[in-house]
Design a protein around this ligand. Sequence first.
Ligand code: SAM
Length: 249
Amino acid sequence: MIKISTFYIKNEQINNENISIVGNDVKHIKNVLRYKVDDELEVCDENAVRYKTKIIKFLEEEIMLEILEISQKDTEMSIAVDLYQGLPKSDKMDMIVQKNTELGINKIVPVLTERVIVKIENSNEKKKIERWNKIAAEAAKQSGRQRVPHVENVVNLENIVENLSKYDIVIVPFECEKDKSLKMALKNIENKHQSIAIVIGPEGGFSDKDIAVLEKLSNVVKVSLGERILRTETAGIATLAMILYEYEL
Ligand code: SAM
């Protein structure tokens, strides 16, 4: 079965029964995929609605699609899980973005905690964020998601406390936590939460100050991920995979 390519559009690109593809996707469809009139495409809008469409017309900078049906296939998680990732060194963030996107993350926020070693100047921050969002789009397309998770700008830990307070639960895998496991934390969840945040420390882990900042929140649960120390890039992926198991599989 030929894999039908998925494209992500803004809602304003939908006009009744038609959808117009614009921008870089036009060249990709024309010159890379070499699609022709009547070829089928999958299109997802900003509300994660997935449309089965076919090409009806090629214009200079636009491709017109006809909506054939609204697909019932739903590949999104039933709950929104956001990852607040202590900014790691080198290109580990590439893998963190790719793997968490495949697993269904809702959004990723790079966080500066006390032991973050990376110094990210404004000049290259924009380029890195653009790169990470490109990786998220590619991973979303490859895994057949209806939405592309957004990678937000880098933010200080102190500045996310307000946002974290709005989640149903904030799961903080903490390497010094010995009592509560992730399994216990998830089992104790009576109602299935609608929104979960995961906060992962950088290579150097969480400092006492970081933990003190997070412990101000009543919805924070520090958990152990077991006796072995996971790399920062592994910890978020493992935590999301276990939440996925608990909630979806
Ligand atoms: N510097 C710490 C040490 O050597 O003990 C390790 C930090 S670990 C590389 C990075 C982050 O992954 C931690 O801050 C925590 O968020 C998470 N993590 C790794 N292993 C964990 C475990 N066994 N239990 C809970 N969290 C863990």
